[in-house]
Design a protein around this ligand. Sequence first.
Ligand SMILES: Nc1ncnc2c1ncn2[C@@H]1O[C@H](COP(=O)(O)OP(=O)(O)OP(=O)(O)O)[C@@H](O)[C@H]1O
Ligand SMILES: [Mg+2]
Length: 270
Amino acid sequence: MLSAYGKNRGGLKPIVKDEGNTITTEKLSPEIEFSHVNFKYDEVGADILKDVSFKVNAGEVVALVGESSAGKTICISLLNRLWDVDEGSIRIGGIDVKDMKLHNLHDLTSVVLQEVYLFNATIMDNIRLSKPDAMLMEVVEVAKMARIHDFIESLPQGYDTVTGERGVQMSGGQRQRIAIARALLKDSPILILDEAVSNLDTKTDMEIQDTIRHLAHKKTILMVAHRLSTIMEADRLIVIRNGKVVQTGSHTQLLTKDGYYMELIAAQLS
Ligand SMILES: Nc1ncnc2c1ncn2[C@@H]1O[C@H](COP(=O)(O)OP(=O)(O)OP(=O)(O)O)[C@@H](O)[C@H]1O
Ligand SMILES: [Mg+2]
């Protein structure tokens, strides 16, 4: 069975229907609200998200944190309507994502996935994927914003370097920054970033931090953050455990409370 995005991995979930209204996305405030969201992959399966509610204000940087399999990526998948929620709602600017055309939803959000795929093409074309007619200047601008321009310029072929399977090998952090540049070129008001789980070296770590800091408050950013360094860049954290929101607050606020977040951080530092 196919979802709007390709193969439906869950198998039993219906294809999302593009039955919403056409909306004027420019007029919408880019705020996101999850309200009592419940989700399971199939009728007999376990609950994946249980009564999940949280808000991301326009221009805010919010990070979803939690252990592996907690339900962070699925929040992003549901926001982008890879599947639909079973109960509750997800709204952008007050409008349920089911009530807007899928193309409107896709104009509002740019997504950088956990595992970034680069095509066997030039860096230029890999970035331009989201806007094939973009001018060189625009590509350079977003590459600078994503903090990847200097690296690209340091390559002998620069933006014409071929990446991907048969091209130059890039680290996870570099690939993710190429994907951030690609997402920025689209220039949607909401940026969604599912941070790579793999450990990155300190330099890459600092560069990604710098990227997020640079973008903060220019866009609404919802990110899944695994590393303490990126967690600390967020205005607010939504702590997810076994499909439920268990704590919210800034890193500093949550550090003053005994609770699951303290356990998570202690585990990272040990
Ligand atoms: N296609 C699928 N079909 C059935 N169950 C799935 C599917 N994809 C994910 N799950 C399950 O849903 C739960 C939430 O997964 P999710 O990908 O949201 O975790 P996560 O918090 O992003 O973890 P990680 O930090 O490892 O990326 C997990 O128990 C996972 O096994
Ligand atoms: Mg994930």
